[in-house]
Design a protein around this ligand. Structure first.
Ligand code: GLU
Length: 406
């Protein structure tokens, strides 16, 4: 797999070529403030001890406490976590929230653990990092394969160790344990708000055909929200493959189908397709909502969407970006498109610190203007520098960070 951190750095270099931020500033952003790898011993159900590798990268805190999720995946390694922490730094800046960037992870396939083992592993991660975490220091959250329940275990472990009673050290907690209304759908919804803000400017029709890669929290919520707003999902996939119907898929029926059969294959109203085919499907909007490095030099030329909305982090490589740019396919970049999640995480942190509880309506009413503002600032910046939206978003973010450092 292509090194995602190198991808992030080559995106940064490309931006430095079109706007002079000064060498010192760019050099500073080429390294995280610190990256830490730990080993976490876990007592397994059979009595044996297994050692897991855990990570936390604190990338930059110029704008506020380090902020970013924790990923549980068998392929998670330090370069991925560094890349994700770098993107978090820019994402918080684009969204205009007073947070820096960080990310964490554990190299584990959570499906192979029992619930008890998963809980002990999650608490173990917190014990290793408790010293550097805190509401004003570093605030983790969910990411791929980490759930509100896991955040609750982590918040509880942190409170036990430190006596912190604010609950503001972890976001993405369940509602009854200090979580915020609306955090679940926030990434998908924020992505939809960004899309909606830019739809006409990008020349898209009022009702779009949409293809989604990913059936996790982000992909699924996004699909449901697009449908609620009159668009149709013509294809969607999980890690094993997807299903296609040019007239639009019934997502609720598809969820039931997956519950029953364990996969999206052989859905009664759809035609099976591979993830490779899905990414090349003719549509108005392609939404990668799974992992890094999905659209590369090898397949970018075959993308047949009018616009790409990146809800995953880093799904398009820098080489693929160039190909898409030449083909005239605008990419709404991850650091803008998926910033709704961390924005509602910031709301959760804020509510915890003020001991407040906002309704879902209040949360969404606050989210909408922030996403609109971030989208329009990015669009304007891209125009100003005659460049793509990714570079536009980078410039918005870098200007904010540089201004704060000064
Ligand atoms: N993991 C999410 C992301 O990549 C959310 C991070 C957060 O809520 O802090 O943006």
């Amino acid at each position: 797999m292509q090194n995602p951190f190198q991808n992030g750095m080559s995106q940064l270099d490309k931006v430095a070529k079109i706007k002079d931020f000064g060498n010192e500033f760019i050099m500073r952003l080429r390294e995280p403030d610190r990256d830490i790898k730990v080993s976490i011993p876990v007592k397994m159900d059979d009595g044996s001890i297994k050692i897991f590798e855990g990570y936390r990268v604190e990338y930059n805190n110029a704008l506020g406490p380090y902020k970013g999720g924790i990923r549980y995946h068998k392929d998670t390694e330090i370069n991925e976590v560094k890349a994700l922490a770098f993107w978090m730094t820019l994402k918080c800046a684009v969204a205009g929230i007073p947070m820096g960037g960080g990310k964490g992870g554990i190299a584990v396939d959570p499906k192979e653990l029992s619930k008890g083992e998963l809980e002990r592993l999650s608490r173990g991660w917190v014990r290793r990092f408790a010293d550097i975490l805190g509401p004003k220091k570093d605030v983790p959250a969910p990411d791929v394969n980490t759930t509100p329940e896991i955040m609750a275990w982590m918040a509880d472990e942190y409170a036990k160790i430190t006596g912190d009673e604010t609950g503001a050290t972890f976001t993405g907690k369940p509602l009854d344990k200090g979580g915020s209304a609306g955090r679940g759908p926030a990434t998908g919804l924020g992505g939809f708000y960004v899309f909606n803000s830019l739809r006409a400017q990008l020349g898209l029709p009022e009702k779009c055909s949409v293809v989604v890669q990913g059936f996790g929290n982000v992909g699924l919520n996004a699909a449901q929200i697009f449908i609620e707003n009159g668009h149709k999902i013509i294809a969607i996939s999980d890690s094993k493959g997807g299903t296609y119907n040019e007239n639009g898929l019934d997502i609720e029926k598809l969820i039931e189908h997956k519950k029953k059969t364990g996969s999206l294959a052989d859905f009664e109203n759809g035609k099976n397709l591979t993830n490779k085919e899905l990414l090349e499907t003719l549509c108005d909007v392609l939404v990668p909502a799974a992992f890094e490095n999905q659209i590369t030099e090898a397949n970018a030329g075959k993308v047949s969407a009018k616009v790409i909305l990146e809800l995953a982090n880093g799904p398009i490589t820098p080489e693929a970006d160039e190909i898409l740019f030449k083909k005239g396919i605008p990419v709404i970049p991850d650091i803008l498109a998926n910033s709704g999640g961390v924005t509602v995480s910031y709301f959760e942190w804020d509510q915890n610190l003020k001991d407040e509880h906002w309704s879902e309506k209040e949360v969404f009413d606050k989210l909408l203007p922030m996403m609109n503002d971030a989208a329009q600032k990015t669009f304007k910046k891209a125009k100003e520098y005659s460049t793509d939206l990714r570079r536009g978003a980078f410039i918005v973010a870098l200007e904010r960070i540089q201004e704060k450092i000064k």
